[in-house]
Design a protein around this ligand. Structure first.
Ligand SMILES: Cc1cc2nc3c(=O)[nH]c(=O)nc-3n(C[C@H](O)[C@H](O)[C@H](O)COP(=O)(O)O)c2cc1C
Length: 172
């Protein structure tokens, strides 16, 4: 699949069928995440994959206001920044490490799209960071960055608009 058309055609998917996602596909998605660029190549991302434990999927879904569709996903991936690997005196400002996580997440969404899966980046759940961490048993050094839902798309997506380049770019 052509990279640019994948980027343009990927949409956030907020409804999933009951078909289970395979661990093999989730491994491919995580591999794509792991090949993202990162400052100092620190690879500060960590992941908790919830896909076999129905109770845990339900509990995790219940932590977001979007639980009605999040609970239809057969896999939820909590994405963390590992603060342990970042020494602020050596590795510079914190923001760049957060940006690396963003790159990793975009790779995940694109990999899911290429595999015929749907996904959605859930930031709203950050309000419940402590509860998410407790549910997945995350270590203290891990900071929650997002939860990504993954599943087979249930219906065609509505297209999302983007601003025209003239409004967002200055050519110098
Ligand atoms: C940082 C971030 C946080 C997001 N949080 C949520 C969220 O909590 N719930 C949700 O339904 N979508 C969330 N999204 C998805 C956006 O709503 C979506 O990407 C945007 O509307 C554009 O639609 P598209 O992804 O289909 O192109 C988030 C996206 C990003 C990048």
């Amino acid at each position: 699949m052509d990279t640019i058309s994948s980027i343009v055609n990927r949409r956030s998917i907020r409804s999933y069928t009951s078909k289970k996602v395979s661990p093999n596909d989730i491994t491919k998605i995580l591999t794509a995440a792991n090949w993202a660029p990162s400052g100092n190549n620190l690879q500060p991302w960590r992941f908790s994959v919830v896909m076999n434990d129905e109770q845990l999927l339900k509990k995790l879904s219940s932590l977001t206001v979007y639980h009605s569709w999040v609970q239809t996903a057969s896999c939820l991936i909590a994405v963390f920044l590992d603060k342990k690997v970042i020494d602020p005196n050596i590795h510079g400002i914190y923001l760049k490490h957060v940006q690396a996580i963003g790159a990793a997440i975009q790779n995940m969404l694109l990999a899911a799209h290429e595999l015929g899966l749907g996904s959605c980046w859930i930031g709203e759940i950050l309000k419940k960071e402590d509860q998410v961490k407790e549910l997945v048993g995350a270590a203290d050094d891990l900071e929650l960055m997002a939860v990504i839902s993954v599943g087979y798309p249930n219906k065609a997506t509505t297209s999302r608009r983007r601003d025209i380049l003239e409004n967002i770019v200055s050519w110098l």
